[in-house]
Design a protein around this ligand. Sequence first.
Ligand SMILES: [Cu+2]
Length: 124
Amino acid sequence: MLRMILAYCVTTAVLAIFVYMGLTEYSLRAAESGERVIKITAHKFDYTPNEIRLKKDETVVLEFTSSDVDHGFNVPELGLRADVLPGKTTRIRFTALKAGKFEVHCDNFCGVNHEEMGGMVVVE
Ligand SMILES: [Cu+2]
């Protein structure tokens, strides 16, 4: 029994180290490659920032989080979508392949003004 508990603890610790190394590696790679990280916070019923400006063909890392309830971030014309959840950071590596102004809308029902929750992605 004691052996099983010990084996379980060792396995958990090893997995935790691998996960930690994976996350560190990811952050370092993003920083080394010089990719711009854009942090977006969703809250009832808006995004901060509400407008994101990108350059065409620029690869960025979008970091989403919510300060209250579950939201979505959906830009159908760019094929970009994320679940934006409280207490969790969602990262998406994204390259805008066309220029223009693209509407963002929340696609996870988040309350009375959900239908009005939106933003803009401007690709120059
Ligand atoms: Cu919402």
